[in-house]
Design a protein around this ligand. Structure first.
Ligand code: SFD
Ligand code: AMP
Length: 651
């Protein structure tokens, strides 16, 4: 173990600190350099290696947000409906009007984007028409998507300004100025080093939260989930701990995914036009259509919301008509038949081979584990269907969910209620803690950004941060805790281990400490069984949630006894601290909202209905950083784009 346990403390002063190296961070790094005045110092810190960090690590096969000439207003309407009417129109519109430029840059940097016949050699910028899987989505050859985007960010920022494999543990408030972020602290997961940063502004973009709930995967498969296992709710926890207002943390995303491999379904539903059926071969989206009428106006939109699609599927599962199957067989055979009819047998043969390759590539590009399941189970998708399953819940603000942090909107769109001002000036994407910004999964109440929108939002935040820096150049951060105190706090799990390890002969069993793995299992069990996880088929009630509050309280006390035998385990310990906070925020918001806004994501059986009159509002919460007290409250929702009236799309 060498000198492990006596970390060097490295203090770094910078102007801007970017925490995370994912899509938002890469967008921010690229954009910030373009606006930064000479001499402005920027530093990016990622817990992993940027080429393969975050949600896009494995690559993607589609870019889910590319407007390509469609109106941002329509993009707002689609998202408003998908997230059951409670979103921030200003933030969404802002992403909508900027996102295409990010996609065009990806192409310029080398990302292959599928084009329609005849446009193969025309870039998007030159007017080349992409192959659309859906109204908003385009297909890519994206195995190396993240590598390409990270390379551009690294080139812009320079490797001297980037630190990889440093895990940020917490933000630190200024010692002199109320509600102002002054720095961050973290540790290397490769060397025995603690880093203490001071900064004038911080971008908090450490992704969403996975593995708060017990996953469906078991034993050695536990590392398999849909969203990235290494994103542990740091974004939400670290912001909440310094007093940033969270919003819509009651929202979660429960995607329907290919069973066991967690392969995404979008390309199958949208590009290959597959349908999902119950054990009798019935298409539940048709047979259960009437259920959509229970949720006006959302259920009546041309494309039912993601949670409502689940709602219709779950009825089949609950009533014993599972398994649910994606009819890849029917879809591919239908496409093959149409090729034969249109192009003749010889040409069709080539086209069918190509089609089958595309079906595999969808997973090879984005979720290689699913291709592994197909290979391992001898599944030929053109011959047999594959099972679908709703996954365990995830917290995210960039995909089809909208939990996150409350932020300022753009000056030209955000009404007074949606602005956050520092010294009288509104700063787009600033949280309610001055100097602390966020993007991507961090920004609440504005889902469906996906990879491209997160990149664009990182760029939006970056520009705003430069404005903040310029207006507040004289600020000198003063940390409210000494570097030594912070180092001791971070290494507490190491101390727990060192001090008590010789007490028993079985290293993992000890009355004085608990392994991060065990603590995580306990958190997941509480969340799963009481807070509407898979074991109760996503149902809970007020009594169950109140029990969970007590259990989480005990868990938090015991979490102080987590141990760490090495740097990797230390990271596991701190990920758990973050997961607990993210989980608690979710629970507290769910308890506060007295309705079931997202049937199909979770059901509060004491209030199993939508109450538009009383609950068409944001639920926000805040921890008082001085007392640790957590309060939840309502915040007014404002429609800026007309929704279900005359302007709404027709069936
Ligand atoms: O098929 C710390 N996503 C999809 N987006 C698309 O555009 N198309 C798709 O096809 C999408 N699909 C999909 C997607 C994700 C996944 C996992 C799969 C399939 C299998 C969503 C996007 O990927 C997602 O919206 C964005 O990536 C979100 O961006 P951002 O920046 O909010 O998060 P990130 O990229 O995960 O990056 C997080 C970074 O933070 C680091 N980090 N660093 C320091 N300290 C800490 N404490 C940290 N904690 C985390 C991470 O290392 C990472 O760099 S489909 O399903 O629809
Ligand atoms: P997914 O693969 O489920 O993450 O979805 C990728 C994209 O396709 C997202 O924009 C989803 O909203 C969209 N999508 C997935 N399934 C459907 C469906 N059945 N109908 C309409 N849109 C869908």
């Amino acid at each position: 173990m060498g000198s492990f346990g006596n970390p060097d403390i490295v203090e770094i002063d910078t102007d801007i600190l970017i925490v995370g190296g994912g899509m938002s961070a890469c967008g921010a790094a690229y954009e910030m350099v373009r606006w930064a005045p000479a001499g402005m110092r920027i530093r990016l810190v990622d817990k992993a290696a940027m080429e393969r960090s975050g949600a896009v690590a494995m690559g993607l096969s589609a870019i889910n947000t590319y407007l390509g000439g469609q109106k941002p207003e329509d993009y707002v309407r689609m998202i408003d409906n998908d997230l059951m009417g409670i979103v921030r129109d200003d933030l969404i519109f802002d992403v909508g009007r900027h996102v295409d430029n990010s996609v065009q840059l990806f192409e310029e940097w080398g990302l292959p984007i599928w084009k329609q016949a005849g446009d193969e050699n025309k870039s998007l910028k030159e007017g080349g028409k992409p192959v659309r899987s859906g109204k908003w989505q385009i297909m890519i050859n994206g195995e190396s998507y993240k590598v390409i985007v990270a390379e551009a960010a690294k080139k812009a920022l320079g490797m001297d300004n980037i630190q990889e494999r440093v895990f940020i543990v917490k933000y630190i408030l200024d010692a002199k100025e109320e509600n102002r972020v002054a720095g961050a602290v973290g540790f290397s997961n490769r060397e025995d080093k603690i880093y203490v940063y001071t900064a004038k502004a911080i971008l908090n973009v450490a992704g969403g939260a996975v593995n708060v709930f017990r996953p469906r995967s078991v034993a050695e498969g536990m590392g398999r989930t849909w969203y990235p296992v290494w994103n542990a709710g740091s974004t939400y926890a670290m912001a909440a701990q310094v007093g940033a207002e969270l919003t819509m943390m009651e929202n979660r995303f429960v995607p329907a995914r290919f069973k066991d491999g967690y392969g995404p379904v979008g390309a199958w539903f949208l590009l290959f036009k597959a349908q999902a059926t119950n054990c009798r071969g019935e298409v539940y989206m048709n047979t259960n259509k009437e259920m959509l009428k229970d949720y006006p106006p959302y259920g009546l939109y041309p494309v039912p919301a993601s949670c409502l699609r689940n709602h219709l599927m779950m009825k089949e599962m609950r009533e014993g008509r599972g398994p649910i199957s994606m009819r890849t067989d029917i879809a591919l055979q239908a496409l093959a038949k149409s090729y034969e009819e249109q192009h003749g047998a010889k040409e069709a043969k080539k086209m069918i081979k190509h089609l089958e390759a595309e079906a595999w590539e969808d997973f090879l590009d984005m979720c290689v584990g699913q291709a592994g399941v197909w290979a391992g189970e001898n599944i030929e998708p053109e011959k047999v269907p594959s099972e679908l399953m709703p996954t365990e819940p995830y917290f995210l603000g960039s995909h089809s969910g909208c939990c996150g942090i409350w932020t300022a909107g753009p000056d030209d769109l955000a009404p007074e209620e949606y602005q956050v001002k520092y010294k009288g000036v509104n700063y787009n994407r600033m949280t309610t803690v001055f100097g602390l910004f966020t993007a991507g999964d961090g920004v609440g109440a504005s889902g469906h950004k996906f990879s491209s929108g997160s990149h664009a939002e990182g760029r939006i935040a970056a520009k705003s941060m430069v404005k903040f820096y310029l207006a507040n150049k004289d600020y000198k951060p003063a940390l409210s805790k000494s570097a030594k105190e912070l180092a001791e706090e971070i290494y507490a799990p190491v101390r727990n281990y060192m001090e008590h390890k010789d007490y028993t002969t079985a290293e993992e069993i000890n009355p004085h400490y608990i392994t991060p793995r065990m603590l995580q299992a306990r958190l997941q069990k509480i969340m799963d069984e009481y807070v509407a996880g898979v074991s109760t088929m996503y149902t809970t009630n007020v009594t169950m949630m109140e029990i969970a509050v007590k259990k989480l309280h005990e868990l938090k006390i015991d979490s102080q006894k987590m141990m760490a035998r090495d740097l990797h385990e230390l990271m596991r310990a701190w990920e758990n601290f973050h997961r607990i906070y993210a989980g608690e925020a979710h629970l507290r918001h769910m308890l506060f909202r007295k309705e079931t806004r997202y049937p199909g994501f979770y059901y509060n059986m004491d209030h199993n209905y939508i109450d538009e009159e009383n609950w068409k509002c944001f639920v926000n919460s805040r921890i008082d950083p001085k007392t640790g007290e957590w309060v939840a409250f309502k915040k007014k929702h404002i429609d800026l784009v007309p929704k279900h009236g005359a302007d709404a799309p027709k069936h």
